[in-house]
Ligand binder design. Sequence first.
Ligand SMILES: [Zn+2]
Ligand SMILES: [Zn+2]
Length: 239
Amino acid sequence: MFFLVTHDLYIYLFHRLQHANKILWRTHEAHHSGKEVDFLAGSRSHIVEIIINQTIEFAPIIILGANPMVIPIKALLDAMFGMFIHANIDVKLGKLKYFLNSPELHLWHHANYHEVFHANFSTKFSLWDHLFGTAYDPGHKPGGKRENWGLYYEYPKDYFLQHAFSVKRFDEQKLLRYRWFSWYYNLRPRMVGWLSSKWKLFQKLNPVTEKLEYKTSDNLPREPIELKSIQEDYILYDK
Ligand SMILES: [Zn+2]
Ligand SMILES: [Zn+2]
């Protein structure tokens, strides 16, 4: 219980800092990049974010000499709660929502609305958001369209490019001029396409395989796609 509460308070504060600090945001934006949020969204993280948070989570348990059983119990609770707060299920906790976190609150944290860029930072105990005045709970859902979710700017889809993007900003479309990049960028869609041609099962799993081939240097738009600024481009939520 001690580690559950202290770590949850730490993660609230660090998460809040990640949203307020430009450098730390680079380690957290990956978590917000999904345009569809479901129970798996919690496992989408930047590698640096994982290293920092897992070290701060588990090192004190070892250093303070707690029973080793605390580690798997805590890891299990974390995994379960991570899946629960990101799940796209209709669940209402009633009055308990002021103490325990739920999809009701955390899904708003993943929504692309100006009001929630600095709200609902809690992981397990929503108590922190209510205590520190960062809770946002309008009583309805963020919306069903892709633009209602995730980041307000273009973000790479590839795992390794996402990590590169956190170090240096670039425009994927511009880089497609380079043959080696275009080859690498289209490798995954090509593989999925090849698998779908061999097995029907993959076609069902990836119904949009034909659309996965990205633009090459021949049909590149002349002007680079510009990243939009946060102030100009926020979506007003529909009451
Ligand atoms: Zn966040
Ligand atoms: Zn999340």
